[in-house]
Design a binder for this molecule. Structure first.
Ligand code: AP5
Length: 218
């Protein structure tokens, strides 16, 4: 199975992808997480991607298509995957369609999490992440037991560099101009399921599971 999660920055793609991967026994491929890890490790990919991430801009399509090809070849033949944060441009969507065809696969469903910009800005300014184990918290809606320490592994929590308000606004602008056409691309191919991203993570999760099970039952 190839499931795509779309949605603006802070819509809850990562939060939902972790839960869905667990429930549906899929591998989560988060392009944002892979790029941040590459920056931290100082790899060639990280050196190329760093300035784009810092500015809230998209990493160029050829780099992203190479990255996703590698990930799909690694995981997709053995298990299903959830793509979290990919594709983000029409060129990436078209490249993915071609790549999957070459691997004898196709996209099964695309879930787009819909939510307004003002809520996203508030959510992202309160997000804290664990650089060690990847756990994600929110100081307002899902706080850790202490403001600065990961409940899971005890590491010091950080605010992502691109979660400062000016960069968040730039990421939203990029989403509306470059990624919204991807939503239309999948709508035109009757693969799109739109889900209301307001309410608690549990409520959003229930909406996604319901909409996906409707698809399974025809
Ligand atoms: P990426 O890491 O993918 O960032 P993003 O798409 O901007 O999404 P986020 O991770 O910010 O948010 P999310 O939707 O996962 O929300 P989350 O669950 O964390 O990409 C980062 C950068 O990498 C890009 O800017 C770009 O430079 C580059 N990049 C990545 N992919 C690329 C590609 N394909 N092409 C080119 N460049 C690429 O939730 C957010 C917060 O809200 C958390 O605090 C969470 O606890 C909280 N929360 C979640 N759900 C709820 C809820 N229902 N109610 C209340 N709070 C909630």
């Amino acid at each position: 199975m190839v499931l795509i999660l779309l949605g603006p920055p802070g819509a809850g793609k990562g939060t939902q992808a972790v839960a869905l991967a667990d429930e549906l026994d899929l591998v989560q491929i988060s392009t944002g997480d892979i790029l941040r890890e590459a920056v931290r490790s100082g790899s060639e990919l990280g050196k190329k991607a760093n300035s784009y991430l810092e500015q809230g801009l998209l990493v160029p399509d050829p780099i992203m298509l190479d990255l996703i090809e590698e990930e799909l070849k690694l995981h997709a033949p053995d298990t299903g995957v959830i793509l979290d944060g990919f594709p983000r441009t029409l060129a990436q969507a078209e490249g993915l369609t071609g790549l999957l065809a070459r691997l004898g696969m196709n996209v099964d469903a695309v879930v787009s999490i819909e939510i307004d910009d003002a809520t996203l800005v508030k959510r992202l300014s309160a997000r804290r992440s664990c650089p060690q184990c990847g756990a994600v918290y929110n100081l307002v809606t899902n706080p850790p037991s202490t403001d600065s320490t990961c409940d899971r592994c005890g590491h010091h929590l950080i605010q992502r560099d691109d979660d400062h308000v000016d960069t968040v606004r730039e990421r939203l602008r990029v989403y509306h101009t470059q990624t919204e056409p991807v939503v239309d691309y999948y709508r035109e191919r009757s693969l799109l399921k739109e889900v209301d991203g307001t309410g608690t993570p549990q409520e959003v999760w229930e909406r996604i599971v319901k909409i996906l099970s409707k698809q399974d039952n025809g």
